[in-house]
Design a protein around this ligand. Structure first.
Ligand SMILES: Cc1ncc(C[n+]2csc(CCOP(=O)(O)OP(=O)(O)O)c2C)c(N)n1
Length: 659
């Protein structure tokens, strides 16, 4: 191994030595505990410590690091108290996730670390988001994120690098190339020779280093970070290394040829550095022994404390409440009575503009939303008003942009991500349901992100520009889902969504954009999230619905003037207003749940089940559902009309009344 100490002092070298020893000694202890069955799953970083430790120690303490499952050295380099770290591994309440997530799956803002979710790749875009926040605030900071050679096959890798390159984000993408992804060797994982070959393809500078040489890692990252702080841009560093143990401890290493272990054992990052320091007379045998004893004592103490802590006791209320960042909405009334007739689309635009004025930290991101104004022209004129920094055209990278939203939240910024069509959210699904939705519950980090979802059918746009996919998110704890049906609610609910520090999916039906208008307040105001609204009042029947369903029910009422019915517009789907539902059911005793989404697994099923369970005593008939056919959304208008539930509504109303 070629160590080059350059100008580094003895103290700096010794600090690196202490740094690299700690994760190694912890791991050696963990292996013993594993054999004794005292810790569960363990992903070993033995052989790769120089990368975690060298890179983490090269950064400033308040620069964010986003580690993965083999980066124990990042956590130790940030001097996390070991008792807490071990408590985290053991699922104890005194860890970082109250026992809710395992091993390295947590973050700690105190230590400027954002931990991974199991999916690996989504981590990369979160780093982009942190870097973007710093860049917008001229902070001159870098963010460091890791990827394995296997995880780099994920689409998220491509998206994160692409956006970082286009936006000049100061992110160090550290690729730990250890030759295997679980059991899959590199030649079955990718066809290129080196990850550095990818850098230029993205317009990113790339460097390849010996990942087992802590001095080389430290020096390279220090220099890269220094240059990137002054001249913001991403950098790809490929660290060549080897995984000396199995993917995780239970899975063995049969698939790895023995000679590879022998070859890499000679390059052990801890032993070779130790040997170098002894030869350089930076370290003596005696100091080496005493440093080891000191660290071992710290480990034992941490372990004893962690083992002595009891397992968490489940408290249902606390578990449910912690899915969300606590937030008590105060409904804001408009400051004056001034009103203007506005179309649905203008109401949305109004809310965005006023929220941009209200929150200087709010950033809008979406495809073609800047100069072009978005495909539905919601953000027309916004660049002139707020600048390109806050009104950002994005590449076609839904997943990365949503992950960036989470990264921005880590830095206290709000973001709105516009899906060009709600259908395309599938390309960023994992970021929403796994990252944004779960991070508060897991480690207390809120995701202050509103995702705007132009949704719905009716314009012969075919299966991929027409879907109603609110049920995907309705099923995901941690999200809020709102779905206005009037211009008044569109403005008030979007303002409320942007105010709320939790991730909110905001559905806006495209067919309502220009087809309905209403006099709405000129001033800023909010509508309460979680509250339904009676769109019509009657006594014979309740139609519980939202979005376009409200308008279908109203049309039916005009066609059947003799019919006296409640039309309950849910407005918020998650959490939905059970009180209002119970009230209308108690009043009429006959219920239809109506929605544009397809029938099976739609929100109507949940509401109908809840009514059956909790309002049985009020019912004079079965709880009926009217929804779209269980097919994709067809293109040709006659097919689309048959698909949509509108024409089946009347029939069902008559059947329920006649029951
Ligand atoms: C999206 C996704 N697919 C599959 C897995 C299962 N898995 C966990 S780690 C891993 C291998 C990762 O290899 P690499 O990125 O090279 O990192 P290494 O484990 O070698 O450090 C796999 C397949 C996962 N966690 N997430």
């Amino acid at each position: 191994m070629n160590f080059n100490r350059k100008e580094y002092t003895d103290d700096e070298l010794l600090a690196l030595y202490r740094g690299i020893l700690k994760p190694r000694l912890i791991e050696e202890r963990m292996l013993v505990l594993l054999r004794q069955g005292r810790v569960s799953k363990w992903f070993s970083g033995i052989g790769q410590e120089a990368i975690s430790v060298g890179s983490a120690m090269a950064l400033e303490q308040d620069e964010y690091i986003l580690p993965l499952h083999r980066n124990l050295g990042v956590f130790t380099s940030r001097n996390m108290p070991l008792d807490r770290l071990f408590a985290q591994f053991q699922g104890k309440k005194t860890g970082f996730t109250k026992g809710r997530d395992r091993s390295f799956h947590f973050g700690s803002n105190e230590h400027h670390i954002v931990g991974m979710i199991s999916h690996l790749g989504p981590q990369l875009a979160v780093a982009d988001g942190i870097a973007l926040a710093d860049l917008l605030d001229n902070k001159e900071k870098v963010t460091l994120v890791y990827s394995g050679d296997g995880g780099a096959s994920e689409g998220d890798f491509h998206e994160a690098l692409n956006v970082a390159a286009v936006w000049n984000l100061p992110v160090i993408f550290m690729i730990e190339n250890n030759g295997y992804g679980l059991s899959t060797p590199s030649n079955e994982q990718f066809k290129f020779n080196h990850f550095i070959d990818k850098g230029p393809a993205y317009g990113i500078d790339a460097l390849q280093i010996d990942g087992n040489n802590i001095l080389e890692v430290y020096d390279t990252v220090r220099q890269a970070a220094y240059s990137m702080r002054k001249n913001p841009r991403p950098m790809l560093i490929e660290a060549i290394t080897f995984r000396m143990r199995g993917h995780e401890e239970a899975s063995g290493t049969k698939y790895v040829p023995q000679e590879l272990f022998e070859k890499w054992a000679k390059k052990d990052p801890v032993e070779t550095f130790e040997q170098y320091l002894l030869e350089e007379l930076v370290l003596t045998q005696k100091t080496m022994e005493s440093i080891k004893e000191e660290i071992k004592a710290e480990i034992e103490e941490g372990l004893q404390t962690a083992f002595a802590t009891p397992m968490p006791v489940a408290d249902q209320q606390e578990e449910l409440a912690d899915m969300y960042q606590p937030f008590e909405q105060k409904v804001i009334e408009p400051a004056s009575g001034a009103k203007t007739e506005k179309r649905f689309v203008d109401a949305i635009s109004d809310a965005l503009r006023q929220s941009m004025e209200r929150y200087p930290d709010l950033v809008l991101m979406g495809q073609d939303i800047a100069e072009y104004g978005g495909v539905f022209k919601v953000t027309e004129g916004f660049v002139e008003a707020f600048g390109k920094g806050r009104v950002r055209n994005t590449p076609l990278c839904e997943s990365a942009i949503l992950g960036i939203g989470l990264g921005m939240s880590v830095k206290g910024k709000k973001s709105m991500v516009e899906m060009q069509f709600a259908d395309f959210v599938s390309a960023g699904f994992s970021q929403i349901v796994n990252n944004l939705a779960k991070s508060h519950y897991r480690w207390g980090q809120n995701a202050d992100v509103v995702v705007r979802m132009p949704t719905g059918a009716g314009s012969a746009a075919g299966p991929f520009h027409s879907q109603s996919n609110e049920a995907w998110f309705f099923h995901t704890p941690g999200l809020k889902v709102v779905y206005p049906s009037t211009p008044y609610d569109a403005k008030g609910l979007l303002n409320a969504a942007l105010e709320d520090p939790n991730p909110v999916m905001y559905f806006e039906h495209k067919m309502l954009y220009r087809s309905i208008s209403q006099e709405i307040p000129d001033d800023y105001y909010t509508v309460e999230i979680g509250k339904a609204r009676l769109a019509a009042e009657g006594t014979d029947l309740s139609i519980i619905t939202y979005g376009m369903g409200v308008h279908w029910a109203k049309q039916l009422q005009q066609e059947m003037p003799e019919l006296s019915m409640d039309i309950l517009d849910l407005r918020t789907l998650l959490p939905w207003d059970k009180e209002a539902v119970e009230k209308t059911v108690a009043k009429t005793g006959r219920v239809i749940v109506l929605h544009e989404d397809t029938l099976t697994g739609g929100i109507g099923g949940e509401i109908a089940a809840w009514i059956a369970e909790h309002c049985f005593q009020y019912l004079d008939g079965p709880v009926a559902r009217v929804a779209s056919l269980d097919t994709a959304v067809p293109f040709a208008p006659p097919l689309e009309q048959e698909f949509l539930p509108k024409q089946r509504l009347r029939e069902k109303v008559e059947a329920i009344l006649a029951y």
